[in-house]
Design a protein around this ligand. Structure first.
Ligand code: TXA
Ligand code: MG
Length: 331
């Protein structure tokens, strides 16, 4: 298949919207990561997304909308907490899980009776959804198991020849995927941590928000059943070995340098990721993992972030990419 590479313009966005409405697949920028879009109400189009990504079909997709009016057809009820959260955080990098209506095909929700919905703030994404005139199901636009793409070049690396078109937008400002918040229970539950943190949610609600307990467990064994099916798959794995080092700043620095020297003496190539700021880490991490693979690096040494607020969200991705290989150094 020849993948159209579309520079951003009113015409190209209109054209991409036409492709989506006719059942085709279009990758597009959002503020979090690039998405691979299809008409969310067209089960056949959604199946083609699973095929293009090589994604297990029980892993449900996020449905993207551009206006709150679009919710009415998709969700069975608006939970009490939803109003204030939508007003505070949409459009933006957070996805809410609701009970679904019959209009949403089970292909889109991986057989679940709930649907995950997000209104992105990225201007190109919003214009595309409006041009399509349908809600747009979109997982991250990577091959299953690869880091989410945060640049148009990263999308093409995985998807060129597999989808109808790519909108060549800007690099993603946030760089990690949206927070996923389940609103179907009494207490809102974070199924995937992201840029919008537990603290930010609790400030708006004035009440408690919980983490899905399986977020803090290594995915292993039959009894690992996270409420967000996507959390159980192997994710974000580069070809290189990734090791996380946690502890006091100076001790971590010393340990990283010692490991680097040891590996280089053994003839291995080493990359060090030493982020001081969680925002910078979020924006850079996935893109760097892809670069590291292109460069054929053997070992990646990563300074662990403090697992609080945005740092916790980035560490969720870092731990997965490291296969939970983390070392605590003493000062
Ligand atoms: O930032 C994002 O969310 C990006 C951009 C493109 O919007 N999309 C994205 O989609 O990350 P994806 O498919 O890579 O991840 C969706 C996550 C998965 O972990 C999936 O299991 C979960 O959301 N999810 C989707 N529908 C769900 C549902 N009904 N209940 C629980 N989890 C759900
Ligand atoms: Mg993904």
């Amino acid at each position: 298949m020849n993948t159209e590479k579309l520079e951003i313009s009113s015409e190209s966005i209109q054209h991409a919207g036409d492709i989506l409405r006719k059942g085709g697949l279009v990758a597009f920028p959002t503020e979090t990561v690039y998405g691979l879009g299809a008409d969310a109400l067209n089960g056949e189009a959604v199946k083609a997304v699973y095929a293009a990504k090589g994604r297990p079909s029980d892993n449900p997709m996020i449905v993207h909308i551009a206006e709150t009016e679009q919710l009415a057809d998709l969700i069975a009820e608006l939970p009490a907490h939803a109003g204030p959260l939508i007003r505070a955080f949409w459009p933006g990098p957070i996805t809410f899980v609701f009970r679904k209506t019959d209009q949403v095909p089970e292909t889109t929700t991986g057989g679940l009776d709930t649907v995950a919905i997000r209104m992105p703030s990225n201007e190109t994404a919003r214009r595309l959804i409006l041009a399509a005139g349908v809600p747009v199901a979109a997982p991250s636009a990577n091959l299953s198991g690869k880091p989410s793409p945060t640049t148009a070049a990263d999308v093409l690396e995985d998807m060129d020849g597999r989808i109808d078109a790519v909108l060549l937008g800007e690099d993603c400002a946030v760089g990690i995927e949206s927070t996923v918040l389940d609103l179907t229970g009494e207490v809102p539950m974070i199924l995937r941590p992201g840029f919008i943190t537990k603290e930010m949610l609790e400030t708006v609600l004035g009440s408690e928000v919980r983490y899905d307990p399986s977020l803090f467990r290594q995915p292993d064994g039959e009894d690992f059943k996270p409420r967000s099916p996507g959390m159980k798959y192997k994710h974000y794995t580069p070809n290189a070995e990734v090791r996380l080092i946690a502890g006091e700043p100076e001790a971590v620095h010393a340990r990283i340098e010692a490991l680097r020297t040891e590996a280089e003496e053994a003839g291995r190539t080493v990359a060090v990721l030493d982020y001081r700021d969680p925002r910078e880490a979020a924006k850079d991490f996935f893109a760097r993992l892809r670069e590291i693979d292109r460069e054929g690096v053997d070992l990646v040494l990563v300074r662990a972030l403090k697992e609080e607020e945005l740092g916790l969200s980035v560490m969720n991705r870092m731990l997965k990419s490291a296969g939970y290989n983390i070392e605590q150094v003493q000062a």
